[in-house]
Every structure is written in structure tokens, then in C-alpha cells.
Design a protein around this ligand. Structure first.
Ligand code: C5P
Length: 223
């Protein structure tokens, strides 16, 4: 049998990225940040002047890139592209916007399918994204759909950006979050929605470690 997978899907700002990293570390499992793959395709397209709707060229970029996830000495997660740490270039609003555009291109989703499945290795994989449970790992051991209210997510994002010294506007962030949610939910290929067999977990009033505890509890019930 192949290695067990826990899928964490949900909108951005639900906390699933951090939850996924903490959970993978606790379990000693591999971690897949699938959003980073879409962000990388967007970044590569930008750097090589490929249009964000050019399916065949974007698919070629997606197939040719070599990606690893690791943790740098400071303990923060990092993304390594063709042997080079991409640093924080993937975490900008612009990178997120490009990612959500290339994510709507069917050839890109198809090209990334194999790439994502290759991260499944013993002893197990925690996979974070939008369609991990519905499309990429339909046979996952545990599927969790992580949500939080748009207001909560805007608030969290606001705090993060403020701490980094950015001048941000809460109402605008909320509006951007709603727009991106709508785009992710409305696209024809792999729209964002819980798998039929997913556990829905609302994190609006929970801390990261409380969320991880709950998911570990769900996992123990299955094993
Ligand atoms: O999770 P993250 O914010 O890094 O994802 C960036 C964008 O990539 C999302 O807004 C979404 O459009 C897209 N994405 C996706 N499917 C995934 C992961 C991310 O469509 N599995």
C-alpha cells in the first residue's frame, strides 16, 4: 500500500499552511505546499515573459521545474527551486494573484498533478492546498477542509502585514479575500469546495496548536 496522506484544503488565511507544517513536523511526515507550486509557475512565467493564460508554455514551465520543500536554520519553511532558495519572493500579493490566475489554466493543473503525487512517500504526507482531497489525493486517509470567516482571515492577514511594517487597509484586504475566494470557487477546473468525505473544521476561534490537536485526534481515530 502507498504512504498515508492527510489533506488540508481551504481558503487562504484559514491557517492551514502553518497547521500543515506543524502537523507534518509532529508526525515526522513530508509536507506539500501545493500553493507554492502554483506561485512558482506564476513567478517563472513572469521571469520568462510567458503570458498567464498560455496553457502549453505554462505547462512546460510546470513540468521542467524541480521543487523541494525544506526548513531553513531559522526554522522557517523554505521553497527550493532548481537548487536555489526562492526566499520570500513567493509570498507577495502579486505572487498570490499570479498563482490564482495560472491555477485557472487546465494545462497547468494537469501538469502539476504528477508533480504533487510524487511528494507522497513513506512514512506519510501532509498536503496543503485547494483540491488535495477532491482531485490530487482522492484516496487520502484523512481529509480536512479548514475554514475561517472572511473577516477573521482578513484580520489575520492584516496583523501579519502590519508586523512586517506594511501600511495596510483592513477593508481592502477583506475585499481582496472575498474576490479571491469567489475566483477560486467559481473556476471550472478543481473549484475550491470540501470533498464529500472531508471533515470541515472552522478555525475562527481556535489557535494553531488547537487546530493541530484536533486533526491529530481525527487521525488517531482512523489508524
Ligand atoms: O495557498 P496559496 O495562497 O499559496 O495559493 C495561491 C493560489 O494558488 C490560490 O489562490 C489558488 O488560486 C491556487 N491554488 C490552487 N490549488 C491548490 C493550491 C493553490 O488552485 N492546490
Amino acid at each position: 500500500a502507498s504512504a498515508p496522506v492527510v489533506t488540508l484544503d481551504g481558503p487562504s488565511g484559514s491557517g492551514k499552511g502553518t497547521v500543515g507544517q506543524v502537523l507534518a513536523a509532529r508526525l515526522g511526515w513530508y509536507f506539500l505546499d501545493s500553493g507554492a507550486l502554483y506561485r512558482l509557475v506564476g513567478l517563472l512565467a513572469h521571469e520568462t515573459a510567458v503570458r498567464l493564460d498560455d496553457g502549453p508554455q505554462l505547462a512546460r514551465l510546470a513540468q521542467e521545474m524541480h521543487v523541494d520543500f525544506g526548513v531553513n536554520p531559522a526554522g522557517t519553511p523554505r521553497v527550493v527551486l532548481n537548487g536555489v532558495d526562492v526566499g520570500d519572493r513567493l509570498r507577495t500579493e502579486e505572487a498570490g494573484d499570479r498563482a490564482s490566475r495560472v491555477a485557472a489554466v487546465p494545462e497547468v493543473r494537469q501538469a502539476l498533478l504528477e508533480k504533487q503525487r510524487a511528494f507522497r512517500r513513506p512514512p506519510g504526507l501532509v498536503a496543503d492546498g485547494r483540491d488535495m482531497g477532491t482531485t490530487v489525493f482522492p484516496d487520502a486517509l484523512l481529509k480536512v477542509f479548514v475554514t475561517a470567516s472572511a473577516e477573521q482571515r482578513a484580520e489575520r492577514r492584516y496583523k501579519q502585514l502590519k508586523e512586517k511594517g506594511f501600511d495596510v487597509n483592513l477593508a481592502r484586504l477583506l475585499e481582496e479575500i472575498r474576490e479571491r475566494d469567489a475566483r477560486d470557487a467559481a473556476r471550472a477546473v478543481s473549484p475550491l469546495r470540501p470533498a464529500a468525505d472531508a471533515q470541515v473544521l472552522d478555525t475562527s476561534d481556535l489557535s494553531i496548536s488547537e487546530v493541530v490537536d484536533r486533526i491529530e485526534g481525527l487521525l488517531h481515530e482512523r489508524r
